[in-house]
Write a protein that binds this ligand. Sequence first.
Ligand code: SAJ
Length: 418
Amino acid sequence: KSICVVGLGYIGLPTAVMFANHGHQVHGVDINEKAVKMIGNKELHIEEDGLQERLDTAIDNGAFTVGTKPVEADVFIIAVPSPINPDKTAELEYVRQATASVVPFLKKGNLVILESTVPPKTVENVMIPELIQSGLNMGTELFVSHSPERVIPGKVFTELVSNDRIIGGINEQSARVTSELYNSFVEGRMHETDTTTAELVKVMENTYRDVNIAFANELAMIAQNIGVNIWEAIQLANYHPRVNIHTPGPGVGGHCIAVDPWFLVELDPQKSKMIHLARQTNDGMPAYTAQLTADILKAKGIVDPKIAIFGLAFKGNIDDMRESPSVDVVEQFTLRNFNVKAFDPHIKVNNIDQQTQHAEEALKDASALVIVTDHQVFKDLDPMTLTSMKNKIIVDTKNCISREKWQAAGFDVYVLGD
Ligand code: SAJ
């Protein structure tokens, strides 16, 4: 089939390349001219394991072209951002505009798939009114579905193949033709349903995780007060066959888990009390992290300390800083008048004032090193080499470093939730 993928970000690009690697002719579209140019030159504007090789193959064999405008195709896949506004309402303008952009190219028999995560009813209320402008009959001449992406950054290519997919169609035929298409490379099962159910399922999955993490964070703060190591306690509780408590940390980041619960809060504020509270709990963790560190330093009588923050990506081994709690951690230290320098070897451009590209600049004369992201490079750090710090204090918010190794190097080791 010929496929036009609108949006070449963390989801759109890997998906486009996968289809191109599996017998389809794919045209990728993005409004970001620089990204389009880079991808056309086989350069990556995002980091993802396995993407480079797959992109090289797709472009070399002519199965993948890119541009800033859609082209005619059998299938249109929309994978654009669906963020929240500062007032926590869903921003659906990208989805609406991307949908409108393909309308002039639609023909009888085409299929339009939305992959972006959206509040329930978006296909019905935002996409369909645009698609109707094509003059085609919905469900008989134009097939429309929502097949939400469910892959985890860092393991996108494994999960694209192995995960089950939820396929919501505006009618049965729309769902069926969508399943047939993804069958080109998906080995997981296809579960067909209607569009609104698919929208809700996707948002529910991420909300489940957010609420569970908030629960873990609450437990971490309680445990800290009563002198219990929450990491050990959660591990023990999870030996129960029906318990799966997530892990605490400095907050929840990314463009999904920290965002999607708000879609439900917006839909029904009265009924989404726990969901709302979970968001607030998780959003409060950066302040908790800064205060925890401030209290440790105060107890040691260290005045006017400099803080080195390691980790700006929203989670380990990725280069994505969107909604990263690290940014809030930096801000919380700044608010407390601490001198902060943050370093992350995966983030190659400086996105915030306090960022440096040199680990040494962050560490020099620092009184505490705060680990906010569990990158492998941080786990592998040799504490013996960190000789320029003023005080040997490390605060590990992810329980990811070896306590013994750091203690042996003379560090006082503190772990969030312990
Ligand atoms: N985090 C915790 N504790 C945990 C797990 C995660 O504090 O136990 C934090 C992470 O450090 C990170 C944030 O939560 O800051 C989110 O990380 P994540 O790994 O849970 O999820 P994402 O945002 O990378 O990807 C999620 C996934 N959803 C689920 O696992 C239900 C992924 O499958 C979705 O495709 C993705 O959202 C998406 O695009 O919606």
